[in-house]
Design a protein around this ligand. Sequence first.
Ligand code: TRP
Length: 349
Amino acid sequence: MPNEGSYEAAMRRSNEIQADLGVHPEKYCMLTGDRPTGRLHLGHYFGTLRERVRLQDMGIRTNVIIADYQVITDRDTTEHIADNVLNMVIDYLACGIDPAKTMIFAHSAVPALNQLMLPFLSLVSEAELHRNPTVKAEQEASGHTLTGLLLTYPVHQACDILFCKGNIVPVGRDQLPHIEQTRLIARRFNERYGQVFPNVDGLLTSTPMIPGLDGRKMSKSYGNAISLSMTDAETTKLIRKSRTDSERNITFDPENRPGVSALLTTAGICTGRDPEEIATEIGMGGAGQLKRYVTEAVNDYFAPIRERRHELEQDMGYIHDVLADGNRRANEIANATLDEVRAAMGMVY
Ligand code: TRP
């Protein structure tokens, strides 16, 4: 990791905020979101969705952006985008995100948010954009040429966070450079034009990242992801065909036995048990018994969420209404912030 010092500092800040959230929920405004490239999976659920619900239920202002424009940062098509966006709303609601408490909206539906891009771009240098490690990693992973949209990713993400004066952003460690860029933009704007934007902190998640079924990062493109929207039968099939290894005795050893260990981690997180303990219990029962155990753990845990998901799917009118209402509220907030920005810049004619 490039900047250990700043990681330590971010961690310390994050811990202080975690401790303060319950004491002063009114001080905090959370923004986070997802790219609508497909269905949400267990990695999203345990990595962030569950945390969003927790923050929402603590009375913190919570905002979730469906980052549709980000889909084209590293690909050439918007195929299935409407379907993906609506299903993302369904996934959110099924997991317990409550639209009465959390504002759910689409990036492309909020023009004033996007207009922050122009003043913000004037506050960053080209070298800064090229240095961002997350942008570099994303570009390499995509195998696509670096588009201007991907290069300026940290700037549009700053717009997403700052339009609603978000001051906490739940992130994984790899996303910290984006938060740093947002802090810089806010600070530079305030210094140049007067105080408009808050100080932003990353809320580092303590849950270990849940691996995909092959031990790699869970991702739809690797075919190793269990989606929230899968049926029990689809889940069973995916787990059954996941790769383990030839050693019968089940042990927890992520380094040398990625497949077996990923199954144990998944079972552990769904049952609240220690993966090592599950391994010992199964022992010579082998991969077959392990797979049956994981399948049951996942299907039991997600049964209520999937049932709710199924009900929501029957009422697409409601899903459209939730999004339209979120978009309307986001526009009100974005228009007010943009007015403040223009006033600070003396652009009131
Ligand atoms: N980039 C995030 C993702 O890939 C989604 C996102 C868009 C986001 N804007 C954001 C996350 C602002 C945090 C803050 O899923």
